[in-house]
Design a protein. Sequence first.
Length: 179
Amino acid sequence: MSRFAIGLSCLLLFIGWMKAYAIADSFSIHLVHPDNDAIVSSLKSDSDLTEYVKIELAEDGKKVVLWVKKKAEIDISDLERAHLEFSPLTPSLRLRGEKSFPQIHIWFTPHGSKKWADFTTRNAKKRTVFVLDGIALRAPVIFEPITSGRTTVAGDFSEKQAKEIVDRINDLIDRNRAM
C-alpha cells in the first residue's frame, strides 16, 4: 500500500471518528472534564482520559485546552431552532457609547428540553462546551439548572460571526430533519 493510500485511510478513519462523536459537521454540547485545569497544567497525570478528547477554545485572545467528553450530551437532533438577538442595553451603557452585542438563542425540541434540563441539573457548577463543526464556540459554567427549553450563547462574537453561527445551526437542524 502506498504512503498516499495509508495517509488517506488514516484521514478517513479520523474523520469517521470525529463524526461518530458528533464533533465535526454538526452542533453538540459536551461536558468538560472536572479536573481539566489540573490535567492541562500536568498537575494530575493519573486521570483516565479514555472517554475524553482534547480540543482548543479561543478565549480572551488566547487558546485554552479543554478535555471534553467524546459523547455529546446534546446534539443537533435535540434542537428546534436558533435565533440571533441583540442584548438590550441599559440607559447608562447607552450614555457611555456601548453597543449591544449579539446573543445566540437556542430552542430545544420537547425531548431536547428534557435532556438539557436533566443535564444542567446534574452538572450545575460544572463547565460545558458548545461545539459547531469541530470548533469550540464557548465553554461556560452551568450556574443552575436550565429548565426553560432554551439557552443562550453569548460572547465576543461579531454580528457577522453570530449570524453565520445561527445560519449554520439552522441549516444543520433542517438537514437533520430531512434525513
